[in-house]
Design a protein around this ligand. Structure first.
Ligand SMILES: Cc1cc2nc3c(=O)[nH]c(=O)nc-3n(C[C@H](O)[C@H](O)[C@H](O)COP(=O)(O)OP(=O)(O)OC[C@H]3O[C@@H](n4cnc5c(N)ncnc54)[C@H](O)[C@@H]3O)c2cc1C
Length: 580
């Protein structure tokens, strides 16, 4: 049976040792009341909720799915009760400012909580996952009266927001959208048009739903410059329904408990968020937060896959393993975790999950530094990391779920153990919130080449600083040296791409997907070099000390082959591609 146990010990390792977050909190007036014991208490509560309430609904929600009838959507049994428990626990307010009724905790803790929610029940967490981005978007761009009216509902969890970009003809290219907004004499707008694939567009968790909708004003220029953002509530202040209806929900491969809705806006009343025609800039605040969340979905899937594969591999007996001669055991068969092929898969699952956790939490920690300590370099780094986390983590979510399924053999392919659900659920994260191809272009074209390598230089300096520190300890010098070589490879590949782009403008687009994956692998190398160094400083008896050093050893043994794969593909991309 599929199960989930929150990895609290590793979360503490990342917070306390890898990031040394308590030191940063002490030096930050926004978090002066926060210390490690309090942070761990929050995570323990979130673990109880994820394990005890959400995980038991994961497979039943998948089997039952959502139901649509006459415009109403029913979520799977137990989803609405779980949402009430979530609201009663104060979770929607976790990382919102205290002045607005929030708890004022760092985004770092929110990231750890989100990882647990997504790992325990991705479909359920789709309803809540967009709320923080919507909160940030309104707080940054909405008029004060609109904030005063709707932020408290989001922070308390009384209403859930949606993000309405996609239309039948406008997917990756939102510049193609047609939804229209007509200004009204009272300062509001009337929106008309269709939106497709809207997560949580209709449901039975909250009485009101706040749609954040991209649409065009009558004088809008064509393309993405002519898009504005509006807030359109499902219910108006007098309790009457607004002109929004749900025409149906999708039948899909995974996250079946999440309602993916077709919405029709029929002269629905809404209010502008931010400036006219500047909707994409406002929406990007929400999308950047959402992209980090989607990366955390990938992390949740890798971790759930790792836990379940580890458990199964310890119990399933097949054949004698070469490392277990008769002198060691007289049993007729060994647990499959002793077979080298399975050991390699398990170590890959473990190192990917723990490495991604360090990097994902680092990005959230940088966002806290950018917001509360006005640290422009932290903001620059977080922005650079966002597409890598979105695309690399979600790719790993799917790939490692597939690896974990292999550990189960035929039992993985059938529904009984639930790992096939992890594989199905994980797949969407590579597509939505800006597909992984769009992330790759954003990273290489806009954030590396477009910025003349400035932010990328900051990232390389971070990695080299880690290599410098690691080189001073005997145990970690080899890892540090390997990390330095990774930096050399990244620097030279960026130079080569820049040079070649002058002669062949399509080249960076061809190289972008592998460049992003290369950056993801480099970040894992950074994560493991630091994990080895800081765990080496732990007392001998610390339960993670040996495990981290052993995992780092495995990671660095296989690193050259992973780098070579992506470097080879970037080189291969020099050749033009035929049109097929
Ligand atoms: C379950 C689910 C939930 C969703 N939730 C939401 C939601 O809440 N709100 C919302 O607005 N949307 C939502 N979406 C829509 C989702 O964001 C889009 O499906 C996604 O942006 C891709 O758009 P598309 O499907 O039209 O594919 P297309 O844009 O047609 O792309 C098809 C393929 O072409 C590739 N491609 C397109 N352009 C380029 C390019 N320039 N360079 C390289 N490759 C390119 C894409 O990467 C993709 O592989 C959801 C979708 C699903 C399935």
């Amino acid at each position: 049976m599929w199960s989930y146990e929150a990895p609290l010990r590793d979360m503490q390792f990342v917070l306390e040792h890898w990031l040394q977050a308590p030191d940063a909190w002490r030096g930050n007036p926004a978090f002066e009341a926060l210390d490690l014991p309090l942070a761990l208490q929050v995570l323990e509560e979130a673990a109880r909720f994820s394990q005890g309430v959400l995980a038991p609904l994961n497979s039943s929600g998948d089997r039952q799915g959502c139901r649509w009838q006459a415009g109403q959507v029913s979520t799977p049994d137990g989803f609405a009760e779980a949402y009430r428990a979530y609201v009663d626990g104060g979770w929607p307010a976790l990382a919102c400012t205290e002045a607005l009724g929030g708890q004022g905790l760092p985004q770092l803790l929110d990231a750890a909580v989100q990882e647990m929610l997504y790992a325990a029940n991705h479909a359920w967490a789709m309803y809540t996952g967009i709320a923080h981005g919507a909160y940030l978007c309104l707080k940054t761009h909405a008029a004060p009266w609109l904030q005063a009216r709707y932020l408290p509902e989001i922070i308390s969890g009384q209403a859930l927001p949606t993000m309405c970009l996609t239309e039948p003809q406008a997917g990756s290219d939102v510049g193609l959208l047609r939804c229209r907004a007509e200004p009204q004499a009272d300062g509001s707008y009337r929106l008309s048009g269709s939106k497709l694939f809207i997560s949580g567009g209709e449901h039975d968790l909250t009485a009101n739903i706040l749609h954040l909708v991209l649409a065009r004003l009558p004088d809008a220029p064509p393309g993405s410059r002519g898009i504005s953002l509006f807030l359109v509530p499902k219910r108006l202040d007098d309790g009457q329904p607004n002109g929004v209806r749900c025409d149906g929900i999708e039948h899909k491969m995974g996250i079946k408990g999440s309602a993916t809705c077709s919405l029709v806006f029929d002269a629905a009343q809404g209010w502008l968020i931010g400036d006219p025609h500047r909707g994409l800039a406002a929406m990007f605040v929400m999308m950047n937060s959402a992209r980090l969340h989607v990366g955390l979905q990938g992390l949740g899937h890798v971790d759930a896959a790792w836990q379940n594969a580890r458990q199964y591999a310890a119990e399933r007996l097949q054949m004698r393993a070469p490392s277990r001669p008769e002198a060691v055991t007289a049993a007729a068969a060994d647990p499959i975790r002793y077979h080298p092929a399975m050991r390699r898969v398990l170590l890959e699952l473990r190192t990917t999950s723990e490495g991604m956790r360090a990097i994902g939490y680092w990005a959230a920690h940088l966002l806290d530094q950018a917001e509360h300590q006005q640290d422009p370099q932290a903001a620059q780094l977080a922005s650079l990391l966002t597409p890598i986390i979105k695309a690399f983590f979600t790719e790993q979510g799917f790939r490692q779920a597939s690896n974990a399924l292999q550990v189960f053999g035929g039992y993985g392919y059938v529904a009984e153990f639930g790992i096939e659900q992890t594989l199905r659920d994980s797949r969407i994260a590579m597509i939505y919130e800006g597909s992984n191809e769009i992330q790759a272009n954003d990273l290489l074209l806009r954030k590396v080449l477009g910025d003349e390598g400035r932010a990328f230089g900051v990232l390389l300096a971070e990695l080299r600083a880690e290599a410098g520190q690691g080189s001073q300890t005997v145990e970690c010098a080899g890892f540090a040296h390997a990390l330095d070589r990774v930096c050399d490879a990244l620097a030279s590949v960026v130079n080569a791409i820049r040079e070649r782009s002058g002669e062949d403008c399509e080249y960076p687009y061809r190289a972008a997907p592998d460049f992003l994956q290369l950056c993801g692998v480099a970040l894992l190398a950074f994560a493991w070099a630091r994990a080895a160094r800081v765990s080496g400083a732990l007392p001998e008896e610390h339960p993670l000390r040996a495990a981290k050093l052993q995992s780092a050893g495995f990671f660095f043994d296989y690193l050259p082959s992973r780098l070579a794969q992506h470097l080879g593909a970037i080189e291969g991309a020099r050749a033009a591609l035929a049109f097929v």
